[in-house]
Each structure stands twice: as C-alpha cells, then as structure tokens.
Design a protein around this ligand. Structure first.
Ligand code: BES
Ligand code: MN
Ligand code: ZN
Length: 457
C-alpha cells in the first residue's frame, strides 16, 4: 500500500502530488508557481485538493497545512482526505517537518483503514501510495507505518464478529506473530489450563461450545535482562453476560469484549517489529461468555489458579475472572511488572465517557511512566483510585471474595478485584478501555496500541 521511492520531480510527476505548505521549500514553491497561485490562496484547510488543468504533468496536487499536523483531529482530517484519493499519489515527505513524519505516516495508515470485507457490493478501489523521502527519514517512516499497521490489526480483530473469531481463531492469529524476530508463541488448550487449576478462567468457559485458549507471546529484545513486562489482555471473545444475561440493548457490540487482547497483540507486534530493547510478553485467557447446560450460575464458587475462592454474584462480571488467572500465569512466567488492558466495566464509561481510558494502579512511578507514554502517543488516559473500601465491597460470607461489589464505584471495585491477584511487590497498572476501544459508528479505535509501544520505543 505504501511504497518508498527516493527520487521525485514535481514538474514531471504524473501521479497526484501530496505536499506540505511551506512556501520556502523549493518543491512547494515550484508547484505553486506552476499553478500561478500563492500558497495563501491554495491553502485554506487541513486538506486542499487542486486540479492542475495542464499546468503540471500531475492532474491534481494536494497541499497539507503543516500547522495542523500537530493537532490529532486536523491531522486525521488531512489524512482522511489523502486516503480518499482514488488514483495513485506520491507524498513528498521532504516538504513535511522531519519531527512530524512518523506521526503523519501513522495517521495516513490509520486513515486508510476500512473494515469492509463483509460488504459484497463495495467497489474495490485500492489507491497506491508512494512516499518520496531521503534515507535520513526512513526510520521515522518505518516507525509510523509499523504503529499504524499494528493499530489497524487491532481494529480488525475487534471489528471481526464472534462467528469469525473465537478463542481458537485468536490463538491462531497470535501464533502467526512468530514470523517476527525474537517472538515465541505458545498456546495452552483446555486440559493444560485444567492442569494449572485455572478454575476462574475455565468457569467463564463452561457454557461455551468453543474451547478456551491461553495465549502466551514472548518477545525477547533484551536477553541480558531479567525484567519482563507482561501485557495481559481481556480476551472475552463474546460477552452475552452468561446467566446474568445482558439485555437486548446491552448485548450488541459485545464482540469487542476482546478489545484488551487485541490491543496487547497490536502492541507486541509493533514493539517487536521496532526491535525495542526490552522483554515484553502478552498473556490472554481467551473464551466467550455464554449460557449453556454446564454454564456457571450465580452462587457458584470458583477456585482460581492462585488458590483464592470466588463467589459468583454475577456471571456478567466475567472479565475479572479470566484476568485473575491470566495475571497469575504472567507472574508464574516471571513478569516483573504488569499492565492489563480490558473492556472491563460499564462504570468506567459512566465516569469517563468515551474520552478517557481509566488507569488504576498499585505503583505511582509505573503509573507515571504509563501516563507519560500516553501523553507522547496523544491518547487520553486518566488515573482513578483504588481504596481499601473498594476491597471491602468484595467481601463474601462464603468464599474469599465475591466477583461483584454492588452498584457503587464499579470501575474501582473491579480494579480492586484484580489487585488481589497481583503480588504486592510487582508494579501493576490496569487500563479499563470499555469506553475507548470501540464506537458504534466508527467501530474499533485501536486505542493504546501506540501508548503501550511508546513505553518501550
Ligand atoms: N464487558 C463488560 C463491560 C463493558 C460494558 C464493556 C460496556 C464495554 C461496554 C463486562 O464484562 C461487564 O459486563 N461488566 C459488568 C460488571 C458488573 C456485573 C459488576 C458491568 O459493567 O455492568
Ligand atoms: Mn460481562
Ligand atoms: Zn465482559
């Protein structure tokens, strides 16, 4: 889709030319001069498309207003304009500010994303994009493209409905990441999870006709170090709520309940392709959550791999059950710090809407690193509290804890539940993306792929 080309001459170029609006650049100056207009006349919006009427070999030229590139909304508007071009185009990267090139390429890749493989009447129009650039910028171009592509892969996974993507399909997808250097993937099947006593995770799978999978991806980019950051993703492939069934209004879009899993898979893809000097692993306990003859019911008591017993209040509070065993597994495999990403609670959407991801943590320094990476990535993450009283809400009369703590502070109580499965000494951040991973109209957003990547590169 995006091809590198070194040389480019604006006066003989046949394809649509895309360039910045810095009039002091010789290419920009030459194109504007040939059109007989000033840059002020040509550039009035983030994206400006002009026919050349024979004044240039190219039929059209596009000017991007460089002052807009720093603003995510305007940058996306400009990139959507470019992505909407229906004939081949060349992007004159030398006319863009060097420090904006990675971001601009990434936005172009994201703007080119479509989820249309199930539309039978869609016209196929693939535009080939070329970017002309000197060798000095190719590293930034590469970073932008890698992060953009990884985010788009995440979006594909989230947008794909359950009948095309169950736990086994997700494991197969993850296994293909082994094609990247220094990446190893292993998948544990149901008997293997049983052998590890993953009663919480397997309790969610009991109503399903499909087998669960425990997916473990390891990227070793710093073999000399013992540090491993585990990225644990909620992989509920579909959430019906189980016997605590969701409503007609509440169930649609629950194909996105594996958004956390998709996010960490996108992140490790980018981290590994960019050859980060770090050891990063992904753990996903993947299953759907549904009713069936064997399904878990409220009042059941499950025993997690860690040995803690959990009284089920709601089978719809299933994400934390899968994460409990996934977090335990990640620590068994040597994780020295952990980040989990999960579409965990409706309550976080009530608190932060679709604007911010909620962050919860047992460690101020690690939280600062994550918030800083989010800032660098231009993604909104806001810290929320965990308090002893949220732990109290999970006290059970009959087991070590309940899986749901009532109506108040649902996002923080869910985080408190997860905290019980993290060893005290290990820094951990929980990221609740229930509001930010997906929109009914826009579909999957790919949020946090860049934040998690920026933690390491
Ligand atoms: N997957 C949902 C959370 C969710 C809700 C994600 C809306 C995206 C949009 C989760 O499994 C769930 O059902 N949570 C319950 C927890 C409750 C039963 C304690 C919720 O938020 O209502
Ligand atoms: Mn649920
Ligand atoms: Zn769920």
């Amino acid at each position: 889709m995006f091809t590198h080309q070194k040389q480019f001459d604006p006066l003989t170029e046949q394809r649509i030319i895309v360039l910045g609006d810095d009039a002091s650049h010789p290419h920009v100056n030459a194109v504007a001069g040939a059109l007989g207009d000033t840059i002020e006349e040509l550039v009035t919006a983030p994206f400006n498309r002009h026919r050349t009427f024979g004044k240039l070999k190219a039929k059209e030229v596009v000017f991007i207003r460089l002052s807009d590139l720093a603003k995510p909304k305007q940058r996306m508007e400009a990139a959507k304009g470019v992505a909407g071009l229906t004939s081949d185009a060349i992007i004159a990267l030398d006319t863009f500010p060097p420090e904006r090139i990675a971001e601009w390429m990434e936005t172009l890749v994201r703007a080119s994303y479509r989820f249309d493989k199930f539309k039978t009447d869609d016209e196929e129009h693939t535009t080939n994009f070329f970017y002309a650039a000197t060798t000095e910028v190719t590293e930034q171009v590469h970073e932008g493209i890698v992060i953009g592509e990884a985010a788009n892969h995440t979006r594909d996974l989230v947008n794909t409905p359950y009948n095309y993507l169950n736990a086994t399909d997700l494991a197969q997808y993850a296994t293909a990441l082994e094609a990247i250097d220094n990446v190893k993937v292993s998948v544990l099947d149901k008997p293997a999870c049983e052998a590890l006593n993953m009663g919480a995770f397997l309790g969610v799978n009991r109503g399903s006709i499909d087998e669960p999978t425990l997916i473990h991806v390891e990227y070793t980019g710093d073999p000399g170090s013992k540090d491993i950051t585990a990225l644990v993703g909620k992989g509920v492939m579909y959430d019906t709520g189980g016997y605590s069934l969701k409503t007609v209004q509440g169930m649609p879009s629950m194909k996105m309940d594996m958004g956390g899993a998709a996010t960490v898979l996108g992140a490790i893809e980018a981290i590994a392709r960019l050859k980060a000097k770090a050891n990063v692993s992904v753990v996903i306990a993947a299953t759907d959550n549904r009713i069936g003859d064997h399904a878990t019911v409220p009042d059941d008591i499950l025993t997690s791999a860690k040995g803690l017993t959990i009284e089920i209040i709601s089978t719809d509070a299933e994400g934390r059950l899968t994460l409990a065993d996934a977090l335990w597994f990640a620590q068994e495999k040597g994780a020295t710090r952990l980040i989990d990403v999960a579409t965990l609670t409706g309550a976080v959407v009530g608190a932060l809407g679709k604007t911010y991801t909620g962050a919860f943590s047992n460690d101020d320094a690690f939280t600062k690193d994550v918030l800083n990476a989010a800032k660098n990535a231009g993604e909104n993450v806001w810290r929320m509290p965990i308090h002893e009283e949220y732990h109290d809400a999970l006290k059970s009369e009959v087991a070590d804890m309940k899986n749901s703590g009532g109506r108040l502070a649902g996002a923080s109580v869910a985080a408190a539940f997860l905290e019980k499965f993290v060893d005290d000494a290990r820094p951990w951040v929980h990221l609740d993306i229930a509001g930010t991973a997906y929109g009914e109209k826009e579909g999957a957003t790919g949020t946090l792929v860049k934040t998690l990547t920026k933690l390491f590169v």
